[in-house]
Design a protein around this ligand. Structure first.
Ligand code: ATP
Length: 923
């Protein structure tokens, strides 16, 4: 069986105080004087003046300090019967056992005060009432068990057993202290109980007799255990039992304790008779003062066995019996003192519901089901809430995802638009510059056809002043690139047109085609048959060729490609016919000597064909001729001399190869002998035996030129369609005369000369880099080296003749280029300022380790690169490269305009990255 203590709440029909503390019910009973006391003329010292107060009647002035009146729960005078004492002092409490609450009735008092007399009667009345109750409550099934024990000299003896062996006390975790092997008789009926009570009485008397005691020196505990359960529950298997015990305790005479205390320690040590009584008093006294501190229950058998009855799970009543005789007044006062303490002690009785294991399991299952139901309810509620929250969060997530996608889409669109815009701006800018240059070129061509001369500076200035192409607003605050460091370029442009030339992406490809075009333009002029060549206005083939050249800017339009291809086919056929006509004309004039006028115009760059040993491609400037060795001193204008005092000090160190450096140092710019040598070598390449028919023949053999093919591919592969091995047009023209064993040496000489002329003419580094990296000594480079040399000599000649010139069909001037360049630079500066603040720019200077005199150029170029690549890493790298390149020319003599425009824009056909790598390798 398992014992469960639980509160019954208001279900109990018997008790009103269950589940809460309850003071020990203390009553005092005065026994009447017996005959012997009466015979001694003893008087009653005590009188119960009401149901609760007992007073000391005899006047005792000497002891006036002692109280004379005591109040208790109930006082019973000598006239009160035991039945009344039971009814008013024990019954209600005793019957609590029927409702599952433990209860104990103590009888405390001195010897012969009536403890046994009272307790015997109460026990009988209680048994009677209990059985009466049982008899009245048939719905419940009761089981009564009876046990009896005696504590004598701290030995527990079973009164229902003949074995006088002391019983041990055990500590049970559920029931507390239990008496081991204590006989517990299940009562059949009340008579059975009466028999057992008789046995107990007999056993106690036997003991006292053996001890020759006239009064009880032992503590008797009669225990009646009542178990009850509902019959209905029993029939349905719901077995729950109320189990409680009522103890009827007849204590030994209290005077023993007093006497023991009075006699001193000797008696105490020698006897345990009163240990239990003494401990009881101590426990009561301590409990009366509250539950603080240690309560010595375990100091005696009595207090251990009755621990629950002393402040524990029990209802307790103490009936203090008094001998009213005057001679026992002291004992009476001790009894009253004990009673006074006891009435302050509280207990806490609980209903003891004992359930069988089966019932307990069922009860636990029921409780478990209830808890599970509760939990399930909570979980369902929580799950419901969680599901709702989850759905809400999913909805939010989906909404956010949608917003992210929309924003991403918008961002991509915006970015695409931005890129398109930037691209459009860049293309538009390039196009405007290109158109601007083309317009000048076209205008110049028209002029040149009419008078075969160059524009004047006035013409150009007027043209520029009316030019509305460059409308980039100039902002004063954007002039930071002009405000420090870099000196302003005040004098005439020493090499007008190079900036514009470098700026055009398809410039190199034009170079080649213009060579072809120059031939067509030249021959009619020589023959005075300009009418042989239709003017552009008339839609002539030349114009178509020019269109083809112009269309080398890649396009994605398939229609344009088809049209271009048709134009090319027409162009080739027309060109072939014209060359044949030219050849016939030349044959007719074969016997004629060129006029002096034509020769004198050579320095003015008329497109002519030299009679002897002169290139058919371009007139070599006069200072290139052996007879004009002094021209080198005359041709450079005064301004050029001022602006170009010489090579920068570190010039040699920047040329590739130590050997080349040494040779360059030995080769001055004005070395006419060297020039003559070079001229001769060039003339060997293309001599006067080369006929125009050779060109026509070359055209026939030339693969169809695809204008969409980058010029670099043509240069690299030799074919317009990228197939390596097919001879290019110019190479075919030269035929087999291109193979010279001394070509490497001549290449070095050409290159050194070209480098010298680059410096002399302030050729932009982009051109230098590109040319330098493109032509590395292959024999097929010969013609390009020749062209470059001619161009450079031409430039030098132009620089000595004025501020305007026509170069390859373009009119350029310093004023024109400067204005365009300034605007471009300001635009770039503005872009840079938008991108970086002043401090950031300074940081960039610091980070890039760029010298002050090259800062602006580098940043300008970096800015431009940024507009194209938007790649900071490339900007930085490129800026460093540019800074180094800038040092190639003496900075103070290098107009910043040289570093403007699309300096870092690779030539057509070269990828930006590979071009930069080439520049890197150059450094
Ligand atoms: N209220 C009473 N009315 C009449 N007689 C009583 C009353 N109380 C006690 N007596 C008588 O007094 C005598 C002593 O009583 P009792 O034996 O009950 O005292 P006691 O306290 O038990 O003594 P002890 O401690 O020695 O056992 C008995 O003969 C008993 O009949």
């Amino acid at each position: 069986m398992s014992v469960v203590s639980m509160m019954m709440g208001g279900e109990s029909p018997v008790h009103e105080s269950q589940g809460s503390e309850e003071k020990i019910f203390v009553s005092v009973r005065l026994r009447p004087l017996n005959d012997r006391e009466i015979s001694r003329n003893d008087v009653l010292d005590w009188e119960c003046i009401n149901d609760n107060t007992i007073v000391f009647k005899t006047s005792m002035p000497e002891r006036s300090l002692f109280p004379t009146a005591y109040t208790f729960d109930r006082v019973f005078g000598t006239e009160c019967s035991t039945k009344q004492v039971y009814d008013e002092g024990a019954k209600e409490l005793v019957l609590s056992v029927l409702n599952g609450m433990n209860c104990t009735i103590f009888a405390y008092g001195q010897t012969s005060s009536g403890k046994t007399y009272t307790m015997s009667g109460i026990t009988q009345f209680a048994v009677t009432d209990i059985y009466n109750y049982i008899e009245k409550h048939k719905e419940r099934e009761f089981q009564l068990k009876f046990s009896a024990m005696e504590i004598y000299n701290e030995a527990v003896r079973d009164l229902l057993s003949h074995d006088s062996t002391p019983l041990r006390l055990l500590d049970d975790p559920e029931r507390g202290t239990v008496v081991e092997k204590l006989t517990e008789e299940t009562l059949v009926d009340s008579n059975h109980l009466q028999e057992l009570l008789s046995i107990c009485e007999a056993q106690r008397q036997i003991g006292e007799t053996s001890l020759n005691e006239t009064s009880s020196r032992s503590h008797q505990i009669l225990r009646l255990t009542v178990e009850s359960s509902s019959r209905e529950n029993l029939s349905s298997g719901k077995c729950s039992t109320l189990t409680a015990a009522v103890n009827f305790v007849d204590l030994a005479g209290s005077e023993r304790a007093s006497q023991t205390l009075a006699a001193g320690a000797r008696l105490k040590e020698g006897s345990h008779i009163n240990r239990s009584l003494l401990t009881l008093g101590t426990v009561i006294r301590k409990l009366s003062k509250g539950r603080n501190g240690h309560v010595p229950y375990r100091d005696s058998k009595l207090t251990r066995i009755l621990q629950n009855s002393l402040g524990g799970n029990a209802r307790t009543a103490i009936i203090c019996t008094m001998n009213p005789a005057h001679c026992h007044v002291e004992q009476s006062k001790n009894t009253l003192s004990f009673a006074s303490c006891a009435k302050e002690v509280a207990t806490n009785a609980q209903v003891n519901l004992v359930m069988s294991d089966k019932a307990l399991v069922k009860q636990l299952q029921k409780e478990l089901a209830r808890l599970e139901s509760q939990l399930s309810s909570l979980m369902s509620t929580s799950a419901g809430n969680s599901a709702v929250l989850l759905r809400e969060k999913d909805h939010i997530i989906a909404k956010k995802d949608k917003e992210i996608k929309e924003l991403t889409c918008q961002r991509d669109i915006a970015q695409s638009r931005l890129e398109d815009l930037l691209k459009t701006v860049a293309e538009d800018r390039s196009l405007r510059i290109y158109e601007y240059a083309a317009s000048e070129s076209s205008e110049g061509i028209n002029h040149s056809r009419g008078r075969t001369t160059s524009f004047t500076s006035e013409d150009l200035n007027e043209h520029v002043s009316n030019n509305q192409i460059f409308e980039i607003p100039e902002a004063a605050e954007e002039n930071f690139l002009l405000d420090d460091g870099t000196p302003r370029f005040l004098g005439p442009d020493p090499c007008p047109g190079w900036e514009d030339t470098a700026h055009r992406k398809n410039e190199e490809s034009k170079d080649i085609c213009r060579e072809v075009q120059s031939i067509k333009l030249e021959e009619p002029t020589m023959k005075g048959k300009a009418d042989l060549l239709p003017s552009p206005e008339e839609g002539g083939k030349e114009a178509q060729i020019g269109d083809v050249n112009e269309r080398q800017v890649p396009t994605t339009s398939e229609e344009d490609k088809e049209l271009t291809q048709i134009d090319l086919d027409n162009c080739y056929q027309a060109l072939k016919q014209q060359i044949q006509e030219l050849q016939r004309t030349i044959d007719q004039l074969a016997q004629c000597t060129p006029s002096e006028e034509v020769m004198s115009n050579s320095k003015r760059l008329t497109w002519t064909r030299s009679k002897s040993k002169r290139s058919v491609l371009m007139t070599i400037p006069s200072d290139f001729w052996p007879g004009n060795e002094d021209e080198d001193e005359q041709s450079p204008p005064a301004v050029s001399e001022m602006e170009f005092p010489g090579r920068p000090e570190d010039f040699e160190g920047r040329l590739p190869g130590a050997e080349a450096d040494a040779e360059i140092r030995d080769t001055s710019l004005g070395d006419a002998a060297v020039e003559e040598e070079i001229v001769k070598e060039i003339d060997i390449q293309v001599d006067d035996t080369t006929s125009v028919l050779d060109l026509a023949s070359g055209l026939n053999k030339m693969p169809k030129f695809n204008p969409l093919t980058p010029i670099s591919d043509i240069l690299e592969t030799g074919t317009s369609d990228g197939r390596r091995g097919t001879l290019p047009f110019l190479r075919e023209v030269r035929g087999g005369r291109q193979h010279h064993s001394d070509w490497p040496q001549r290449f070095d000489k050409y290159r050194r000369r070209i480098i010298e002329l680059w410096a002399r003419c302030n050729v932009p580094l982009v051109h230098r880099s590109y040319f330098f990296l493109t032509f590395k000594g292959d024999q097929s480079d010969n013609v390009y080296m020749e062209v470059e040399l001619r161009r450079l000599y031409f430039l030098k000649d132009i620089a000595s003749n004025g501020t305007t010139a026509m170069i390859d069909g373009q009119i350029v001037s310093q004023a024109t280029s400067l204005k365009a360049l300034n605007r471009e630079r300001q635009f770039l500066a503005k872009q840079l300022q938008k991108k970086y603040g002043k401090k950031e720019r300074e940081d960039l200077y610091q980070k890039w380790n760029i010298k002050l005199d090259t800062k602006q150029r580098s940043l300008q170029l970096a800015c431009h690169l940024w507009t194209e690549t938007k790649d900071m890493k490339h900007i930085r790298e490129s800026a460093v490269l540019v800074a180094k390149l800038a040092g190639f020319i003496e900075p103070r003599h290098c107009p910043k305009e040289f570093f403007g425009l699309s300096f870092l824009t690779p030539p057509v056909g070269l990828k930006t990255s590979s071009w930069r790598d080439n520049v890197s390798s150059l450094l």
